[in-house]
Design a protein around this ligand. Sequence first.
Ligand code: IPE
Ligand code: IPE
Ligand code: MG
Length: 255
Amino acid sequence: MSDQPRLPRHVGIIMDGNGRWAQLRGLPRIEGHREGAQSVRDVTRAARRLGLEALTLYAFSSQNWARPADEVRALMQLLCDYLRDEHDEIMDNQIRLDAIGDVERLPPHVRDPLDALRAESAHHTGMTLTLALSYGGRESIARAIRAVAADVAAGTLAPDDIDVDRFGAYLPTTRLPPLDLLVRTSGEQRISNFMLWELAYAELVFVDVMWPDFRKDQLHEVLDQYAARERRFGLTSGQIAARAELTADDSDVET
Ligand code: IPE
Ligand code: IPE
Ligand code: MG
């Protein structure tokens, strides 16, 4: 798919359906999470090869802490295993690993290797792989508002200067390109508290396959769907067409 005409810069994925994948096979839910980790590997590798700038994966929500303790424990162990097993792949492929969310809540056996790999890969200029861990979109906005309020109280920010760009700079996603495409697996058509601010103009694609069955081929399919969409950002179709023509003219001149 290297000839992808309109590749998104930043793709976010709500990786849902691990439990149902397992239950459909008469397996414990954790087996679905284990197989889901293979999808993370496959999709990350494919995204890097395609040349995406950023891939953000919703791995554990603020609300997922309320799941049964043994499932939470197993998920934390899988995360820890993932960070150990993927270390070389991430380093060898110039991937910058980052995390968003309330990572202080993660147990030390996850947080320590996470912090270490974030630091070790911080200078990488290939794709940024962001894991949303203990993450909630509303929590993320509330945290940003606390920081804004603190700066206003300290006198370093004037309330009248707070606009979309200024506020966005307080969010943990500020270094990433705008979110172009949001994918959710498992057939559910909801956002479940993921990147609420960032998805303002993202294209949404919902697919029926469970996350453990979402691999390279399925990624290519959703990218095809994305390429066929017309993103208008509030403009008319005619304006978009005129802009595309201008861009084409520009590249004619350059070549
Ligand atoms: C997604 O799969 C993984 C996490 C939320 C951690 P689920 O565990 O939500 O699987 P379903 O939705 O119950 O099938
Ligand atoms: C969203 O899935 C969170 C992740 C994929 C990490 P959930 O399974 O937690 O969402 P709901 O409960 O179906 O909305
Ligand atoms: Mg789910």
